[in-house]
Ligand binder design. Structure first.
Ligand code: HEM
Length: 394
């Protein structure tokens, strides 16, 4: 059998153990992995100043679950729910069954499980805390490119559950959902996946290397652009916000584009994701470089030219997942991106970029936003005894 000592063995954090390449995702929270250890036993610390699942390197599988509060649920019920989620998450992420876990066996492979909780705009009303809602926590304005389906929009609460094993994700989703089922109803579940190779940028289902230009965790940029400092809403210190956009890909017509057409659309090569002004993935894109005819090597209409920040404040963390669901009758695919971004201030950081892309982006011909939701992500639980979101309710 699996001894608890072995499961938790060597829990000392080792800074820089993984994620050497790329943007250097937070590896410091990963527990030490011995050579003979099954990677499915790896855990990510639950307690800390920030919730896990943001600065931590994204594992291979994710489920985003949106919940609506049942009518009549108020402040004390919400606190009760958050205490349950805190207790469940603090156990499951460390490879231990939740209390009254009906399938405790499924908890034995945490596989870097993280549970991240977020608050939708209406939760503040239900909790009679309207004055504590951040000004940026409201549905995104409509964009001309949107074809939103209400079934993928909004939510009073969100759980982002990530792990390297889909079984682990399923178990955590089920435990966390059923333990609070009298207080909330599940509004949507969006499941996704990404390349699990550590230290490498994932590819999306269009085949593009996706996530190259990002903010590296544990840098001053990350602390400034992602984590709230409490100056505006003291309860939010150490928290952030999440934008979740479900963006469908029109792969049937994308198929008609060759590698050059795809490169011009994105502004980067298909081969290794290098900007068209350079040769290697992490070469900095130079939007001024022109070819022998004086034409910019990175087309101004390309996705990266349009998405590139025009001011420092326009930067944010992207931490998305691919989705690939069952196609509708007569269709071949139903694939896309669960675009998840984290930023201190949605209005200042995310919105200007999204607005620019909605005005024009060569990629828009093959992508359609079908879902949209925004959440405030409270800080982490500093240690045992506290609960998620406590800073808001104290
Ligand atoms: C860059 C794909 C939607 C913001 C990129 C890159 C790819 C890509 C392949 C280049 C590699 C990289 O740096 O990551 C996609 C796809 C989308 C999508 C397939 C939809 C299905 C969005 C949205 C936003 C966004 C909705 C924000 C509103 C960015 C930013 C960059 C980027 C900021 C980096 C630009 C730079 O070079 O400075 N995206 N993207 N993307 N994307 Fe997207």
């Amino acid at each position: 059998g699996l001894s608890r000592r072995r499961l938790l063995g060597g829990s000392a954090a080792v800074a820089g153990a993984a994620g050497a390449a790329g943007i250097g995702w937070g590896a410091a929270t990963l527990t030490h992995r011995e050579h003979d250890r099954d990677p499915a036993l790896d855990t990510v610390a639950f307690y800390g100043a920030h919730q896990a699942g943001i600065a931590t390197e994204p594992p291979g599988h994710a489920a985003f679950v949106g919940f609506d509060l049942v009518a009549g649920v108020g402040r004390e019920d919400i606190i009760g729910l958050l205490k349950i989620w805190t207790d469940d998450a603090s156990r499951l992420t460390q490879g231990k069954p939740a209390l009254a876990d009906t399938e405790p066996e499924l908890a034995a492979r945490p596989a870097r499980l993280t549970v991240t909780v977020g608050f939708g705009p209406q939760l503040f009303t239900a909790a009679q805390l309207d004055d504590q809602r951040p000004h940026w926590l409201k549905p995104l304005p409509p964009f001309s490119i949107d074809k939103l389906d209400a079934a993928w929009c909004g939510g009073d609460l969100v759980l982002q559950i990530c792990a390297d094993e889909a079984t682990t994700v399923s178990h955590a989703v089920r435990v966390l959902s059923k333990h609070v089922k009298s207080l909330v109803s599940v509004k949507w579940v969006q499941r996704g996946f990404r390349n699990a190779a550590k230290g490498q940028t994932m590819r999306n289902l269009m085949g593009s290397v996706d996530g190259t230009v990002n903010i590296a965790p544990d840098t001053p940029d990350f602390d400034r652009l992602v984590w709230d400092d409490g100056g505006y809403r003291p309860w939010l210190a150490g928290g952030t916000s999440m934008v979740l956009r479900r963006i469908a890909m029109q792969l049937e017509t994308w198929d008609e584009l060759d590698a050059d057409g795809r490169a011009i659309t994105i502004g980067r090569t298909v081969d290794n994701g290098a900007p068209l002004s350079g040769t290697k993935e992490f070469d900095e894109a130079d939007f001024q470089v022109v070819d022998q005819y004086g034409i910019p090597k990175i087309p101004p209409s390309s996705h990266i030219a349009r998405a590139h920040h025009t001011r420092d404040e326009e930067r944010f963390l992207r931490r998305g997942y691919n989705y690939d669901d069952a196609p509708a009758p007569g269709q071949v695919s139903n694939s896309g991106l669960l675009f998840a971004s984290f930023q201190r201030d949605i209005d200042a950081q995310y919105l200007p970029v999204q607005q620019r892309l909605a005005e024009f982006d060569a990629l828009n011909q093959w992508t359609v936003p079908v879902g949209s939701a925004v959440f405030a992500i409270p800080p982490g639980v500093p240690g045992p005894g506290g609960y998620l979101g406590q800073q808001l309710f104290d």
